[in-house]
Design a protein around this ligand. Sequence first.
Ligand code: SF4
Length: 98
Amino acid sequence: MKIRLDRTICDGFGVCAKHAPGYFSLDDWGYASLIGDGNVAEQDRDPVMRALLDCPVHAITEVGERQTGVPNPALREDDDPASRLKTEANEAEWGFTR
Ligand code: SF4
């Protein structure tokens, strides 16, 4: 698990450092900083998740890939987004669904 902390959102409540003091430090005003590179050891996952879920402003997020096993058709690399544009030329295809 990897996390990131958006310090522009942090409002200095200090909940994260209380739950996972090994991963969050607070400055003199109570604003948090990540300790380390955001990688969370498996044995520390629960307290870090609690910090993530208890942060009142959602400044802590989990990053990384979630493998669903189902490719998202909207993210195909060979797909040309221009082919899905709604124009007058193809209005007969999309116009009836308005
Ligand atoms: S819990 Fe959230 S708002 Fe509070 S110090 Fe930590 S990151 Fe900032």
